[in-house]
Design a protein around this ligand. Sequence first.
Ligand SMILES: [Fe+2]
Length: 362
Amino acid sequence: MFSDLAGLTEERWRREGYREAALPDVALRVFDELSPHRHLPVDELVGALLAVPRLPPQSYGSVDQRIVIPHHGRRFYLEVIFWVDEVAFPHHHSFSGAFHVLSGLRLHTRHRFEEERPVTAAFRLGRLSLEAAELLETGASRAIHAGDGFIHSLSHIDRPSVSLVIATDDPAGEPQLNYKPPHVAHAARHGDHVLAAQLRALELLADVDPARHVETLRREVARADLHSSFELLRHGFAAVDAVAFADLVAATGAPHELAAVFAEERRRLWFLQRRGETSRDARLLQALLLHVPSRRAILDLLRRRTPDPASWLATHVADLDLPFDDEAVAVLRQLLAGAPPDDPDLAAALADAPLLSSLFCP
Ligand SMILES: [Fe+2]
């Protein structure tokens, strides 16, 4: 199958003069004609990988992902990516091509980023907003266009979820950015050696002298430039507890954009920490709550899967293991079912809870 995919892509793209902008359409037509999802079930893929005699050089965009490159040609490559529970940040790519869902339901979202405070090419402040959301089933394919005109994210619902990618091997010069909602765009690797050394020193302090670590981090954040503040706070977010981190953000007078980014990061972490233990429906609901900030849009997506999306929400919100007592969960279910709540004060408090913000934003 991989040699058929590579051969057909090569033949069709050569006819287009190997123009980068032509590869997405070529790849979509190749996926459409060869239907790789019918020929590459997960079990066979795993078996083929275990038995593989040789592979082309493997160069990975991110070591965190389970990636295999079965074909690496002169101008494009094929990539198989296995996902378990991952919820990608919105990002854009420096390559063009297309991805195909070999297996596994996933939520695919498209975003727009409007820059408001230019900083550097590798760190930008602005506003990220949702443009479109869709649920992709096995067999679906979507184009990837290089650059920040195509910002997307994928939240994988099934375990595993497997993607096949056809991508140009001629990356554009600009850095590939990740987007931290609602305000930051940043390069995955900051490339600042001084900052890298500071972060290593802080990691050491966090291990051996936590009190001095917090004090030092506070001093460094307060005097750092904007991009460095963001990277230092990212380190702090992972290294100290939620209360100490909130103190750090307040004490250092971090810009409101950064405070909002880390508040959203806290909400995201709450869902992600529970992702592996939940049912498929709960994982779908988690993904919707994380990436679709509007109740109407969530209901629209669910309508294609269930005849009564409001009652689906009311049923599965209980699977989320929310940090509320039984009474609050009962009121939440009443709200989601459209019934008048028994306790209006509790209902108002729930509507303000950050974890549920998507459900109470019309
Ligand atoms: Fe992507």
